[in-house]
Design a protein around this ligand. Sequence first.
Ligand SMILES: Cc1ncc(COP(=O)(O)O)c(C=O)c1O
Length: 400
Amino acid sequence: MPHQPLNPALFSLDPEHLWLMHCSEGPMPRSALRACRAFLYKELQPWDLKWKEDFVGLPERCKAKAAGTLGASPGDISLTATTSSGLQVVAQGFPWRHGDEVLAPLGEFPSNAWPWLALRDRGVTFREVPLWEGHLAGSRALESAPPPADADPEARILAALRPETRLLTVSWVRFQDGLRLDLRRLAEGCRARGVPLVVDGIQGCGTHLPELEGVAAFATGGHKGLLSPQGLGFLWTDPAFRARLLPSGTWLSVEQGTDFSRPSTDFDRPFLEDGRRLEPGSPSLLLAATLEASLGELLAAGIPRIQAHVEHLQRALLRLLSHGPWASEAARLQALLEAGRLGPFLAFHQGERDLTALLQRGMRQGIYSSAREGYLRIAFHGWHAEGDLKRIAGWMNALT
Ligand SMILES: Cc1ncc(COP(=O)(O)O)c(C=O)c1O
């Protein structure tokens, strides 16, 4: 495989530090710092802030690039602070009836559970479905079996839909076991039953392109694979689904909200139909400048190229681990990878075994990885190189 789609020189990553944790926090490219700083300088002298270029233009440019990372259209993007806030807009705005149920895979990251659990008082229940034999979560998460090589989570989810299910919500890439769900298959099964599919997409964005055909809503924060700081992300919605949601009810979600030639106190105007309909008001322009620059680097590199690179590194690392103490996990992950079931990180199952010593020894060698619910997560992105793999395998093979 040729060199990395994202040149490491775009970042401030020194070679001593091998950052395998963008599944927690992605590094920001230097160009994003420059964009952020340039915007802040304008704030020192607000007469330098331009209505068209900054107040209107920055969110528009950011949304155009956000749409590019999803293969979507900019009018369907709403800027939101976080993944959670995107999911909340959907949860709070959906036309629920008493007795409705939200179905979700067992063990979602809490950002994709609490917005639905918060609907309890409106008579909406949240039901979880295990995705494979021996799958556990909650207080028994560490006793769970990992997803097997022949896992078919979509079949289990679709089989669990029942008449009271009004909405299905899933993580595209799961935060602990790293499984990437087949959105197209889920969307097809949902469409047949008239159930909207809502997706927490943060763990796959920036390295993989989602299939949005048939999906109702897709939310992400900007601070993982999208390589921006926390605090600004986006929500994509299908236009027909968006029309069913309550508008956010903010001054920028209405027609001519910023046309000051008309009295702003004239409330006789409709809500907008595009993504602005769901936005929370003025976005952080500082973060819009930053996120726009980060997204620009990803689009210039090409997300399909990043995905191919990540999968190449994953395959090569699994080969290096195929004869040592990680052999059985490498074989399991290899099969999932070849079946197109993995996102940007390899999640090595360790169950109840304490991973603290392993993580700490890694850090002493400058290797930064993370652990969640019994899995060691090794995340690759476009700047990682083949030269990193021996270092990772050496650390992992020596430590069990
Ligand atoms: C699957 C998933 N969703 C969402 C988040 C973060 O949510 P938010 O953007 O609301 O902070 C994480 C962070 O770890 C995650 O793994």
